[in-house]
Write a protein that binds this ligand. Structure first.
Ligand SMILES: Cc1cc2nc3c(=O)[nH]c(=O)nc-3n(C[C@H](O)[C@H](O)[C@H](O)COP(=O)(O)OP(=O)(O)OC[C@H]3O[C@@H](n4cnc5c(N)ncnc54)[C@H](O)[C@@H]3O)c2cc1C
Length: 456
């Protein structure tokens, strides 16, 4: 639906002519998601440069009843950041200033549009690091990462995005600005609005800045890639290393079907002379060299079929590439259906053993590619070879997850991709409470309508 000229004129008055994009070529990159599975169209992309501009845009949208979709780096994997029904796209990427970095306390305030890589670069030189890390670090923004409560490869040690938040600035749908940036480690003064917005996927407020806590930089890193007989063996290794090595930072799992795709598309040699049923990548990080204790711990564990350890940067990157290049290699192969599930650790082997049969039972042509964050019980179930709207295998997998006591979304969120299955793992009371919060904060329903919660 075309927007009235006076609305577009008012948008340009707020953000500047150059920052209201209405030409199809300029809008295109904001209309399709990273996976290419989800796309829509927008009459305009608006790129505010300050919190005050965001607030003015929200007031204007509310006044005209115009819905909008907040968007950061557009690396989300559940279709929640692109316009599906002609919404305006509110791109937060210009809020890209690191407003304050305090090396004494290890805290940083970043605009919503600052990328993860920028935060990492800003703090590492001063002996700090950021607790969350993802392969999409060059594009994913801090605002988007809070909005999706991103997890990633270091949750085992530092928790997800939720655990890094010390304060937040956000704009409500009526243009009111919430600002809780006290720089306090403890603050029990009422409802924690920052935590409420973590994982809200753009449906409750627009995040404009975040105060984050940092973790000490651990300069010495040891990475081990292990071949094991199955996921149960991988979990036994993770448990043994966890108990003896507090420096364990990542425990990632993948399988031969994913390794084949990565080696073919990223043109990498196979890591070991033989193919194995399951691979586990471990990273330990500390102030001193962890390679000898790691090798010692691994030597005492039965069932490791082959292994490689690296401590220098090129060697570590080489081993990590086998895991980190899964997402892009799967996307080069085709447009996957992406399911991102967690299971109680004790049920993960049963899930992994059953899920492939469940997928091929629903659609024999489907090709599952599994990998994930073994330490968190989180598997990414990618399914290639499906028509975009053939949801039968998705349905079968998510029902299996519910049967085994898991969650249909571990870290990517609900977006529009998982919404039809939310009832499988969130009760009626849960969903009603979520709907009540949504109507209280966004009574006109203009913020990312139809995401997480079905339209009223
Ligand atoms: C190669 C690759 C690897 C990945 N690995 C991981 C991983 O290991 N773990 C993981 O959790 N995710 C991973 N992701 C998914 C993705 O990077 C994260 O979900 C990330 O947090 C999205 O950030 P973004 O800035 O790109 O958000 P977008 O994709 O732009 O938006 C995501 C959602 O947040 C909302 N949103 C964005 N910005 C704001 C804001 N300022 N205020 C309010 N709402 C907002 C949007 O409306 C949308 O619903 C990966 C993606 C890729 C492509």
């Amino acid at each position: 639906v075309p927007l009235p000229d006076r609305f577009l004129h008012a948008l340009a008055t707020i953000a500047g002519d150059h920052h209201v994009l209405t030409e199809p070529d300029l809008r295109a990159g904001y209309e399709t998601d990273w996976t290419r599975r989800y796309h829509g169209s927008t009459p305009a992309v608006v790129r505010p440069g300050s919190t005050a501009e965001v607030a003015a845009i929200l007031r204007l949208c509310r006044e005209h009843g115009v819905p909008l979709v907040p968007q950061g780096g557009n690396t989300g994997l559940v279709g929640g950041g692109v316009p599906h029904n002609g919404e305006v796209v509110l791109s937060l990427r210009r809020l890209d200033a690191v407003a304050a970095f305090d090396p004494g306390s290890g805290e940083i305030t970043a605009g919503a549009g600052v990328t993860l890589a920028t935060v990492q670069e800003a703090v590492r030189a001063q002996g700090w690091n950021f607790g969350v890390d993802l392969a999409s670090r060059d594009s994913a923004t801090i605002g988007g990462m809070v909005a999706t409560n991103a997890g990633g490869i270091r949750v085992l040690r530092y928790g997800g995005m939720r655990q890094q938040i010390l304060g937040i600035e956000a704009v409500l749908s009526d243009g009111a600005v919430l600002s809780r940036m006290p720089g306090l480690l403890k603050d029990n003064s009422g409802y924690d609005l920052a935590q409420l917005l973590a994982g809200s996927e753009g449906t409750l407020a627009v995040i404009t800045a975040v105060r984050l806590k940092l973790v000490p930089q651990q300069p010495q890193r040891a990475v081990a890639l292990l071949a094991v007989e199955d996921i149960s063996a991988a979990l036994r290794v993770v448990s043994a290393v966890r108990r003896t090595m507090p420096s364990l930072e990542a425990a990632e799992v993948f399988f031969p079907e994913g390794l084949e795709l990565v080696c073919r598309h990223a043109r990498l040699p196979y890591p070991f002379p033989a193919t194995h049923p399951c691979y586990l990548l471990l990273e330990c990080a500390a102030q001193g060299d962890e390679s000898a204790p790691l090798a010692g711990t691994l030597a005492a564990i039965a069932g490791i079929r082959d292994s490689a350890i690296a401590t220098d940067r090129p060697g570590r990157d080489r081993l990590w590439a086998y895991r980190e290049r899964h997402t892009e290699s799967i996307s080069v192969e085709g447009i996957p259906h992406k399911l991102d599930v967690t299971l109680p650790l004790g049920r993960l082997p049963e899930f992994e053993h059953r899920v492939r049969a469940v997928i091929s039972g629903a659609e024999p042509a489907a090709r599952p590619v599994l990998f994930g964050h073994a330490g968190d019980g989180n598997l990414h179930v990618n399914i290639l070879g499906l028509a975009p709207d053939d949801d039968r295998p998705d349905d079968a997998v998510l029902r299996l997850v519910a049967e085994l006591g898991g969650s249909i979304s571990a870290e990517h969120g609900i977006g529009i991709a998982k919404m039809p299955w939310l009832h499988l793992t969130r009760s009626t009371a849960d969903r009603e409470a979520m709907r009540a919060i949504k109507s209280a904060l966004d009574p006109a329903g203009i913020l990312n309508p139809g995401v997480v919660i079905p339209r009223a």
